[in-house]
Design a protein around this ligand. Sequence first.
Ligand code: PMP
Length: 360
Amino acid sequence: MSSKLESVIARFIRQDVQSMHGYAIQPSVGMVKLDAMENPFRLPPALRQALGERLAEVAINRYPGPRIDDLRAALAKHVGLPEGFGLMLGNGSDELISLLAMACDVPGASILAPLPGFVMYEMSAKLQGLRFIGVPLRADFELDEAAMLAAMAEHQPAIVYIAYPNNPTANLFDDAIVERIVDAAPGLVVIDEAYQPFASRSYIDRVAKHEHVLVMRTLSKFGLAGIRLGYMLGPRALIDQVDKVRPPYNVSVLNAEAALFALEHDDEFDRQAKILRSERSRLIAALSAMPGVKPYPSEANMILARVPDAAALFAEMKARKVLVKNVSKMHPLLDNCLRLTVGTPEENDQMIEAMKASLS
Ligand code: PMP
């Protein structure tokens, strides 16, 4: 690095950014990729062909326009948007999480979330210069109600995130506890339903009872992680405020067209989710039969499993070309835990075989 470049970085890139690690993405070429909760199924060839034809007609010479409104309308219909509610789009829910931190950056503001949880809640807070308050879950991965209520009373967080189901523990929190936390929250509560296609319940039915709750979803786990489309709904007056910090044209016309196409064919994605839910049960049964392995119940397309030695098992599975996520270092509650994404039946067989061989 030249001395000019060094001095530019040292003087003008934030100190905290210089010392932080970016969001880590594991190299995965040639691997059975079961580390990022992607839907493993591609569209059937006829649908791929039809999508290609649709995308060919998109006016990429223009900024995104009316098709974005069409997509918001299609999503509103898809979720059954309550009267008086608004819906905004993000380039993945990751972008919405950043925009929320930006919009709520009042003096002294903090963001609160249970831990272990999705890392972007903390990262968005830190990047925006907000305090992050992490409240440990109980040992059974349920919300620690007393600790959450005490932390909210003390810190008065601008935003409380509840991932429903949670990542990486894959469970749905108890509804009565969630409701008491929602009632006590002084600011916004964001119910993050990224894994909704695999869950037995959704908060959508209850959202209209509150004026400070937003529900965030994504098409990533639905089957479109590559197109980066997240959305968030809530009382229109609140959504309108957050929407002001959104960069114009944040969703590409190609993404929007692909998302519209996917919603028109949601039966195909429902069929895929159904297979994944049934594969999840099969995987949990197979994992339970392995000596020393304890899979936890899952309402998502991932399974958290405690194993005898996570670092060694991760490395051995990787050597057998199966890539999972070692979450052991994320939080003390996850000591010796691996997070396994549910793949196709063939991929899951490969994972089971790699795990058995690595454990023996
Ligand atoms: N919320 C949770 C709980 C997640 O686990 C993830 C991604 N793994 C996201 C949001 C981000 O999803 P997106 O692909 O829409 O940015």
